[in-house]
Design a protein around this ligand. Structure first.
Ligand SMILES: Cc1cc2nc3c(=O)[nH]c(=O)nc-3n(C[C@H](O)[C@H](O)[C@H](O)COP(=O)(O)O)c2cc1C
Length: 380
C-alpha cells in the first residue's frame, strides 16, 4: 500500500514522494517575463524542504496570456536561461521541476492582488485587450470587452503552446502541465458560460474540447514521450448553465485517449456566480478525483485543503488519488513534507532534507534535542 512518502513513477520520471507544490502565481517577475532570485528562493527552499514535484506559477505562452505584467512567461528564447537557473536548483535539491503552461484568456490584464486584483483597462500601459472564445466579458472585477478569437488566432495560440513547450524542454523541465482550469483560456473554451461559438470550437461538448485536443497535439509533437504531459482540468462550474461534473468525466476520458498521462482536477472558475462554492471543505476535490480515477482509469492529482498530513496521507493510502498538490500549505511551510513526515511518524523524516543538513541532524550527538523542531503531535 503506498503512502505519502512512497516514490511515484509516471512515464520516465520518478518522484521521491507523492507531494507536489501546486502552481501559484506570485506577481514577482519584471515585464520581461523572466524568473529571478525570488523564484530561485521560493522553488529552491521548497525543493530543499522535501517536496517531490515543484511547479512555479502558471507560465504564459504569450504576453497577453499573463495574469499581470508581473507574471512569468516563455514566449521568447531569452526567457529560457532564467528558468533553467531555477530548474537546476530544484534538481540539485532532489525534486522534479514541473512547468504549468497557460493563457489567462478573458481573465488576464489584472492588478496585483494587494493593489486591488481588478482588471486593468486595455488602453492602460499595464493592461491589454483580452481574448477569449466569445465576446462575453467575465463580469464583476473583469468588466472589459473580450476579443473573439478567429480560427487563425486559435491556431497561432496552439503554435505558441508548442513553442513554449520546446523552450520548457530546453530549460530542463521534466513534467509539463497545460492549465485548462480556473476560468483561463482552455477552461473558457470548455464552458458554455464563456463559449457561445457556432463554429467547430463551440456548441457540442466534442467541439468545446477541440481547443484542448489541438493544443495537446501541438505540444505532444515537441514534448518527448518519456516525460509526463498532464492537464489541469475543470470538474465543475457550480452553475446550472456551466460545465457539469459528468461532462468533465467524459472530457477526461477523451483526453486520456488523446494522450494525457495524468489529470490534475480542479474547478471551473468561469463565473463568480457559483452555487454552494465548496472551497473551504477539507479535501473537497478528492471524492471527484477518485471517481475520475476509477471510472476513466487515469492517474489523478488534486489540490484544495489537503494541508493536514493525516488527511493527505489517507487519500494516498486509500488510493483515492495518486498525487497531492499543496498550494497554500507550501507557502506557509517550506518544510511541509518534513513536518508531515514527523507528524506521521516516518522512520527518518530528516532524510528528506539535503544531505548537507541532514547529516548534522542525524549524526551529531544531541541533535534530536537541539534542532528545535516541535515534537510530533502523533506519538510513534
Ligand atoms: C497565491 C496563489 C496563486 C495561485 N496561482 C495558480 C496558478 O498560477 N495556476 C494554478 O493552476 N493554480 C493556481 N493557484 C491554485 C493552487 O494551485 C491550488 O490549486 C489552490 O490554492 C488549492 O490548493 P490549496 O488548498 O492547497 O491552497 C493559486 C493559488 C494561490 C494561493
Amino acid at each position: 500500500m503506498p503512502d505519502l512518502f512512497s516514490p511515484y513513477t509516471l512515464k520516465g520520471v520518478t518522484l521521491r514522494n507523492r507531494i507536489a507544490m501546486s502552481p501559484m502565481t506570485m506577481y514577482r517577475s519584471e515585464p520581461d517575463g523572466k524568473m529571478n532570485d525570488f523564484h530561485l528562493m521560493l522553488m529552491g527552499s521548497r525543493a530543499a524542504g522535501g517536496f517531490g514535484l515543484i511547479f512555479p506559477e502558471q507560465i504564459a505562452i504569450t504576453p497577453d496570456g499573463r495574469t499581470s505584467t508581473s507574471c512569468a512567461g516563455l514566449w521568447e528564447d531569452e526567457q529560457i536561461e532564467s528558468m533553467a537557473r531555477v530548474v537546476r536548483m530544484i534538481k540539485d535539491m532532489g525534486a522534479v521541476p514541473a512547468i504549468q503552461l497557460g493563457h489567462t484568456g478573458r481573465k488576464g490584464s489584472e492588478q496585483k492582488p494587494w493593489e486591488g486584483k481588478l482588471q486593468i483597462a486595455p488602453d492602460h500601459p499595464d493592461g491589454w485587450q483580452v481574448r477569449g472564445p466569445s465576446p462575453i466579458p467575465y463580469g464583476g472585477r473583469f468588466p472589459y470587452p473580450v476579443h473573439e478569437l478567429t480560427v487563425d488566432e486559435i491556431h497561432a495560440l496552439h503554435r505558441a503552446y508548442a513553442a513554449a513547450a520546446k523552450r520548457a524542454l530546453a530549460a530542463g523541465f521534466e513534467w509539463l502541465e497545460m492549465h485548462f482550469a480556473h476560468g483561463y483560456l482552455g477552461a473558457s473554451f470548455f464552458s458554455p458560460l464563456a463559449n457561445q461559438r457556432t463554429d467547430a470550437y463551440g456548441g457540442t461538448l466534442e467541439n468545446r474540447l477541440r481547443f484542448h485536443r489541438e493544443a495537446l497535439d501541438a505540444v505532444r509533437a515537441v514534448w518527448p514521450e518519456r516525460l509526463p504531459l498532464t492537464m489541469r482540468l475543470v470538474t465543475d462550474d457550480y452553475h446550472e448553465d456551466g460545465v457539469q461534473f459528468d461532462e468533465a468525466v467524459w472530457a477526461v476520458a477523451q483526453l486520456k485517449n488523446h494522450g494525457i498521462d495524468l489529470a490534475d482536477l480542479s474547478i471551473g472558475l468561469n463565473t463568480d456566480d457559483m452555487r454552494e462554492p465548496p472551497f473551504s471543505r477539507a479535501a473537497f476535490m478528492v471524492e471527484r478525483g477518485s471517481r475520475v480515477r476509477r471510472e476513466v482509469g487515469i492517474p489523478v492529482a488534486v489540490s484544495w485543503n489537503l494541508g493536514q498530513p493525516a488527511v493527505a496521507n489517507q487519500v494516498i493510502r486509500e488510493e483515492l488519488v495518486d498525487l497531492v498538490f499543496l498550494g497554500r500549505p507550501a507557502l506557509a511551510n517550506p518544510h511541509w513534507p518534513i513536518w508531515a513526515a514527523r507528524e506521521l511518524a516516518h522512520e527518518d523524516p530528516f532524510s528528506l532534507l539535503p544531505r548537507d543538513w541532514s547529516w548534522w541532524l542525524k549524526n551529531r550527538p544531541g541533535s534530536e534535542n537541539s534542532h528545535g523542531w516541535p515534537a510530533p503531535a502523533i506519538a510513534s
